[in-house]
Design a protein around this ligand. Structure first.
Ligand code: TRP
Ligand code: SF4
Length: 332
């Protein structure tokens, strides 16, 4: 009996260092779930890191390992998915070049993240050709595998939109080579950091998947709460409390009910509430951390996983490039 091939998914993360709870709830949990229904390609996008870190790329290699450790610890399974390093499939760069022939500069300048990131990273000179081409390289990442769907958060939606436009223009000129990739919008629950803002490495408010239990406890102890609850006798509103957002992501229904009832009636204190949250976060993180530590002691094994995944991804990418070269009349 013939089985229908699974639809393809591709997603990527820049190697920025160890991952935190926000990456888990906002992406990784979803990536892990997708592995059964889709043929998944998950790439550590080191070329993309160079678009902003070109002045000092010394951290990139170690960060590739850190990200991969967190992926594997969270349940990304290299036996099911292609887990690979973008630059070990140099066809991404070739396709980026060929797509650049047809892509109007104005399309790239219009991508909202272009000006935003330049403004947020004013300390870097991002008036480069490579940085302008960031969404084009991302398009190459996706379409070189003819991915049907791209699981991303809301912030990446404009990038997938421009990918579709680039594909349409390419297919118009050269014939139907690429499918238009669909955005598989990940419902991103609010995962605030300890200061109540979005959890982010750059805010210094993150809890990392590799944090020790004691670190998780002490970070959560300092977390901001409903500002109206100054004393234990003040009643609180869980809807206004970032700690409660984390309860929603990590605690059981029973604990959530306990926290909500205790908060609104002022029968529990915030310290108690946070300590219970810490129990649940630790219960989730501890087994991952154990796996992470096991693998971290074996960096060669991790690099082997990436090299094997890159070779299998590359075979797919090379087949696509053969078609692309034929379509663009540069196949010799
Ligand atoms: N731009 C994405 C981010 O910053 C990373 C990325 C690169 C990506 N290539 C991709 C995401 C392809 C999805 C598909 O998060
Ligand atoms: Fe937040 Fe819990 Fe304190 Fe209520 S009791 S304000 S939910 S930390």
């Amino acid at each position: 009996m013939e089985t229908k091939p699974k639809p393809r998914v591709l997603s990527g993360m820049r190697p920025t260092g160890a991952l935190h709870l926000g990456h888990l709830t906002g992406a990784l949990d979803n990536w892990v779930r997708l592995q059964d229904a889709y043929d998944c390609f998950y790439s550590v996008v080191d070329y993309h890191a160079l678009t902003t870190e070109y002045e000092d790329p010394s951290a990139i290699r170690q960060n590739v390992i850190e990200v991969t450790l967190d992926w594997l610890a969270a349940g990304i399974d290299p036996a099911k998915s292609h887990v690979f390093i973008q630059s070990l499939v140099p066809e991404h760069a070739e396709l980026h070049l060929l797509l650049s022939m047809t892509t109007p500069v104005s399309w790239l300048e219009r991508v909202p993240t272009y000006k935003d990131v330049q403004a947020n990273m004013a300390h870097r000179d991002l008036a480069t050709y490579g940085f302008l081409g960031y969404p084009l390289l991302q398009t190459a990442d996706i379409v070189i595998y003819k991915a049907n769907a791209v699981p991303v958060g809301e912030d990446q939606a404009p990038h997938i939109e421009i990918s579709r436009e680039i594909v349409r223009r390419f297919n118009n000129f050269y014939g139907e080579v690429f499918p238009e990739p669909q955005t598989l919008l990940t419902p991103v629950p609010r995962t605030p950091g300890t200061d109540g803002r979005k959890m982010s490495k750059s805010y210094g408010n993150a809890i990392y998947l590799k944090d020790a239990d004691t670190e998780i406890r002490s970070k959560l102890k300092t977390m901001v709460t409903d500002p109206a609850r100054q004393r234990k006798t003040d009643k609180g509103d869980p809807a206004k409390c970032p700690v409660f957002d984390l309860h929603k992501a990590f605690s059981t229904q029973e604990t959530r009910d306990w926290a909500a009832a205790g908060c609104t009636s002022a029968s529990i204190g915030c310290i108690e509430c946070k300590s219970k949250l810490a129990d649940h976060v630790i219960a989730r993180i501890a087994p991952m951390r154990e796996k992470r530590e096991y693998l971290a002691a074996r960096p060669d094994t991790v690099m082997d996983v990436l090299k094997t995944g890159s070779a299998s991804a590359r075979a797919v990418a090379q087949a696509t490039m053969h078609e692309v070269r034929q379509a663009m009349k540069i196949e010799y």
